[in-house]
Design a protein around this ligand. Sequence first.
Ligand code: ZN
Length: 283
Amino acid sequence: MQSLAGRLERCAINTATLGHQLPIEQMIDAVARAGFGAIAAWRQELQDRRVEVIGRRIRDAGLKVSGLCRSTFIPAPTRALFLANIEDNRHAIDQAAALEAACFVVVGGGLAQGSKDLAGARAQLGEGLALLLEHARSAGVPLALEALHPMYCADRSCLSTLEQALDLCEVLDSHRSGALGVAVDVYHVWWDPKLEAQIERAGQSQRLLAFHVCDWLVPTRDLLLDRGMMGDGVIELHRIRGWMERSGYADAVEVEIFSRDNWWKRPVSETLEVCAERLQTVC
Ligand code: ZN
C-alpha cells in the first residue's frame, strides 16, 4: 500500500476536528492552505448561508467535499415526529447535492425518546432509510450509513457494527444502485473482530463511501469528545487503511476528531499541521 507521504490531496479534514471555532469560509481557506484535498462539512455551519455559494467557494479553493455530516436521527416516539425527521433529512440531502458532496453521512439515531424498544428503533431506521433512498438517488448523493460504537446505541445509533449496516444495505438496496453504502469510522469499529471481513464485503458490493480516522485514547475520558489524534492511541490505522484500499477504496482519508479538552483548544493552524504530519506518518 502506498504511503500518504506527499499525498495530502488524498486526505480530508472534517470540520468537527477544528472545534467549530471558525466560520465555514475560514475553515475552507485554512484546510486548502494546509494542502488537503477535501473537506467534510456539518449542517450547522451552513445555517444562514447559501449552500450553492459555499459549494462554489470550496471548489474555487481547490477542495472536494468528502461528505456532509450528518443526518437527523430517525427513530421518534410519534409518527408525526418520525415523518418530520425524514423531511429534515430530505432537505439535508439537497444541501449535500448543492455542495457536490461525495456522500451524506447517516447516523441513524438510537432509541426513540422515552422508549426501550430497540427492535422498534431499528425497524424505524430501516423504514426511514427506505423513504430517503429514492430522494438520495434523484439528488445524486449516496447515503453513507455510519455504524457507531455500541456505547452510543441508546442515544445516537442503533446501528453498531459494519456487518449490521451492510445487512441493512442489502435489504434496502439489493440491486446495488450506488445510492446506499457505508462510512467506516475507525473510532467506532476498530475493536470489531469481523472488521476486516466486513470491509472486504463492503468493497465487493461497492459500498465503501467514506473512511474516517482518529485514534482511541487509553484511557478515554469522555465517550463523545475525547477522540485522539492519529498515532496517540491504540488503533492500527495503517492496517485498517490497508484493508480499505485492498477492498477498492480510493477516496478520501478523512480526519474526524472530537476533542473538547485538547485539540479544540489549540489554534486551527496547529491542529491542521499535526493532522498532516500524522496522516503522512502513521496512517
Ligand atoms: Zn465519522
